[in-house]
Each structure stands twice: as C-alpha cells, then as structure tokens.
Design a protein around this ligand. Structure first.
Ligand SMILES: Nc1nc2c(ncn2[C@@H]2O[C@H](COP(=O)(O)OP(=O)(O)OP(=O)(O)O)[C@@H](O)[C@H]2O)c(=O)[nH]1
Ligand SMILES: [Mg+2]
Length: 465
C-alpha cells in the first residue's frame, strides 16, 4: 500500500458547496475528531459527542467557549464504520458560507488541519475501504451530468469493475503459477508437459477474452462520460441554427432569413434520451469574403473532422444545388446523417439525387420551424451513436481513459504471452509478459500505484470530498 500521506492528523473541511443553501456540513476525520467535537458542541441533552451512539443525530449548539456560533445537528461515525474508516464527525449547521466557515475555523483552532482536496476519499483508499477505481468513481459520481452516466459510476462505486478486474487477475495469476511450475519442475514425461502447456494456453486465452470484452465497453463509457459531439452543417439558410435551438429546447442561436446569419461556431451541451451531447452549430459560409469568414470556415471544418456524428442539413423546399454538392466532399469518410429540413413547405429537392451520391446514407425529414420529426431525428441520432445496442458486461462499463489505457497495455501483454507460448519460445518470456499484464491491472485498482499517480487523481477532487 502506498505510503505518502500523514494519517495521524485529524482533518476538517466544509463538505457542501459554499453559497446559500438550507444546510452546510462540516466534516472531521481522524483520531481527534470526536474529542474536538466534544469541545465545540453543546448538545440539548447535555451529553458529549464522545458519549453519542454511532450514527445517531443530535441537536445542539456549536459554540466557542460561551460564544454561540450556530445551531446544528451532529453525527458521530466511529472507525471503522465510516467513509474514511476513521472516526468521522459531521456537523450540519445553517447553510450560507458564514456559518460553515465559522464552524470550520473553530475546528481548526481546536487542532484539526484543513483537508486537502479529495483527502477524505484518499484516506478511504489508504485505509483500504475502497480501491482506486472506486475512488475515481466517487469523482465521476460528483461530476456526472446525466443519469445514464451516474448509473455507470454508481456500479463502479459499488466495486463491480474492481470485482471484474480481480476475476481477470486471478485467471492471470493462475496462468503465472502454471508457467512457473513448468519452468521450475520440467516433467520427464513429454505427454504431461504438453497437457500442462495446453491448460496454460487456455487460461491465457480466457484472460485475453475477458480483457478484450471489458475494453470494448470503453467507447460507450467515454460517450456516456464526455458526451457525443454532433456537428450541424449545411449551406447558408437551410435552418441549422433553427435545428440547434429545437434540439436544445431553447432559442440559443440567432435565426434569420438572411443567409450567413451564423458567423461563428456555437457550442452547447444537451441531453438526448439521457445521453450527453455536445452540439455544434456551424456557419453556413462556403466562399469566405473576409478574414473572419475564413476563420469561420476553418472552424467549421475542424469541428466536422472531430465530430462523432455530423448532421448534414438540406433545405427540402429548394432543389439541390452546387452549394450542397460542395459539402458532399467534406462529409466523405465521416459518420453522418442527412436531415431534410423545411418539410412543412412543398418539397422541391430530388431525394433520388442524394441517394445516388450517398447510396447507404440514412435520412430523416423534419421541420425545425414546426418542430416536426424531432423525435425521429433524436431516435436516429441515438441509434447511430449507440449502434443500436449496448454491450452488456453485467452492467460494468469502463468509462475512464486511464483505465482504458491500462487495459490496452494489459491486453497487449496478454497477447504477447499468448504468441510467445504458441511460438514455443522460452517460457520465461511468457511468465514475464503475464506479470506485466497483472501489473497493468493493478494500476487500475491501485494495488500497484505510485505517489505521483495518486496525487494526480486526488488533485481532481474538490475540498471536502
Ligand atoms: N418554413 C420553414 N422555415 C424554416 C425552417 N427552419 C428554418 N427556417 C427558416 O429559415 C431561415 C434560416 O434559418 P436559420 O436557422 O437561421 O438557418 P441557418 O442554416 O442557421 O443559416 P445561416 O446561419 O445563415 O447559415 C429562417 O428564416 C428560419 O425561420 C423550417 O423547418 N421550415
Ligand atoms: Mg445559423
């Protein structure tokens, strides 16, 4: 277990966001948490916090000597049954920063040290209550912007990813033991030797499949966490900004009959069916007339290149023209959907022409003005980015880039072990690769993690968590 943090101190922080609110919570953790509470809290029942039963809530006053600070509720959670596995005291006073700050200051004056960002969770990790993947899930849960991603984080917080990883680790360790056995006790009987090599190959194969399955969930995990980037493009005046507003359900972008209304890219986030999206409306400029428009075109192209999905908007009320055609080249190689807009008007566009250009492309008919076909468009978008299905690994999704990288490295090592074994090279190489694979897994759970990595992870937390 990494040793880099002083666990002897009692730490304190305001655990709720500063600002006006119903209550503000100050949290203490460490050896002296309860004795500090004894010196700052006068319960209505006159009992000291050190006499409180675990997990019971008590009403009283926080006071500095005789000087009243605020009314509060106080809870004691003794080690090891607490968030950090240390003695924890939580004091809920009135919300608004003055009260919480005064309670915090008093606790510091009585000997507590202001906590670093994420230090409570760091202690939970160092004291072995959660592993590193679970600590990161705490962070994800705090930052989750959608219910869909919250669900992923909640599963990870429960340790489901860790359990899955432990299973793979065990498989690899079995393989490792098997290799070592063959290396150290070479059998005289070649028959038996062949048998144990076959068992070993099977163990490695299974580990590879499990790592591969988990890694395959990474893309969906990333999408749920970061959102899907959708770029809206099309020639001027086809209704790009109108469609952006419809998808956002608010009039974010200026809409006007003047061609060239949007001169900059407009980015907003939205949720469609619980999935986070980053929507980008682009300028419809095709032939830039000045430096500003040149920049606008450059930005549009940059966004299109980086898009997960492009919505190619066409005005269905006018025939297809050269301006639409120009965009066709930009779209090649991209994941895109064709959107026929202005379908409330008489259709003048020749859909067959489009089909000839993009024989396999999917299209949707909408009216941004009348808000028609929006549900169909949303369905098509979701179906497109989800590829119609969720990979199911008992609900476990890998959503953290650090984990994805470690799994990739692990997979590579397992594959090398497999190849080395098949090619009949020395078994020592096989055992080395297996060991490497196990090490990569261990960086995810924190069984094997250096201080720099831990510092880096916990620095992303807010104070009080
Ligand atoms: N009839 C009809 N008019 C629409 C529809 N969608 C947009 N319009 C109108 O088309 C005009 C252009 O709409 P915008 O949303 O500004 O189009 P844009 O593609 O963003 O235009 P630029 O930013 O100039 O490239 C406005 O007058 C809109 O009211 C639609 O579905 N039906
Ligand atoms: Mg516009």
């Amino acid at each position: 277990m990494p040793q880099f943090s002083n666990l002897d101190d009692t730490i304190v922080a305001i655990a709720t966001p500063l600002g006006q609110g119903g209550i503000g919570i100050v949290r203490l953790s460490g050896k002296n948490a309860v004795s500090i509470a004894d010196r700052m809290f006068l319960s209505k029942s006159k009992k000291k916090p050190s006499r409180f039963k675990n997990f019971t809530v008590h009403y009283g006053d926080v006071a500095r000597g005789k000087e009243l600070i605020d009314e509060a509720l106080l809870t004691v959670m003794r080690a090891p049954r607490s968030y950090t596995r240390e003695d924890v005291v939580e004091i809920s006073s009135h919300g608004g920063s003055a009260s919480s700050r005064a309670v915090l200051r008093l606790a510091v004056d009585l000997g507590a040290r202001p906590a670093d960002p994420g230090e409570f969770t760091k202690r939970a990790f160092l004291n072995g209550r959660i592993d590193l993947a679970q600590a990161e899930a705490v962070l994800d849960t705090i930052h989750a912007k959608t219910e869909a991603f919250l669900k992923v984080s909640a599963h990870q917080l429960k340790g489901e990813l860790s359990t899955e990883l432990e299973g793979i680790r065990e498989e690899l360790m079995n393989a490792y033991v098997a290799v070592e056995a063959i290396v150290n006790f070479p059998e005289d009987d070649t028959q038996a030797q062949r048998r144990s090599a076959a068992v070993l190959a099977e163990k490695i194969r299974q580990a590879r499949q499990q790592v591969g399955r988990l890694l395959a969930t990474g893309e969906q995990g990333r999408i749920l966490k970061e959102g899907i980037k959708i770029v809206i493009c099309g020639k001027p005046n086809v209704g790009k900004s109108s469609l952006l507003n419809v998808l956002l359900k608010q009039p974010r972008a200026i809409v006007s009959p003047v061609a060239g209304t949007t001169r900059d890219t407009i980015e907003e986030t939205a949720q469609i069916q619980g999935i986070p999206f980053q929507l980008v409306d682009t300028a419809g400029i095709l032939e830039p007339r000045d430096l500003i428009e040149e920049e606008a075109v450059r930005r549009s192209h940059m966004h299109i290149q980086g898009a997960d999905l492009v919505l190619f908007i066409l005005d269905a009320s006018v025939p297809l023209n050269d301006e639409d055609q120009k965009l066709v080249d930009v779209l090649r190689g991209q994941n895109f959907l064709i959107v026929f807009n202005k379908c409330d008007l008489q259709t003048r566009i020749d859909e067959k022409k489009i089909q000839a250009i993009f024989p396999k492309a999917k299209s949707v008919r909408v009216s941004a003005l009348k808000k028609e076909g929006v549900k169909e468009l949303e369905d098509a978008v979701v179906e497109r980015v989800w590829h119609g299905q969720m990979t199911d690994t008992k609900g476990v999704l890998v959503s953290n880039m650090r984990h994805v990288r470690a799994l990739r490295d692990c997979l590579e090592a397992v594959q090398k072990a497999e190849e080395t074994l098949a090619s009949g090279l020395s078994l020592e190489f096989v055992s080395e690769e297996i060991k490497r694979a196990v090490n990569y897994l261990d960086t995810i759970t924190g069984r094997h993690a250096d201080n720099d990595l831990l510092e880096q992870i916990f620095a992303q937390f807010c104070i009080g968590k």
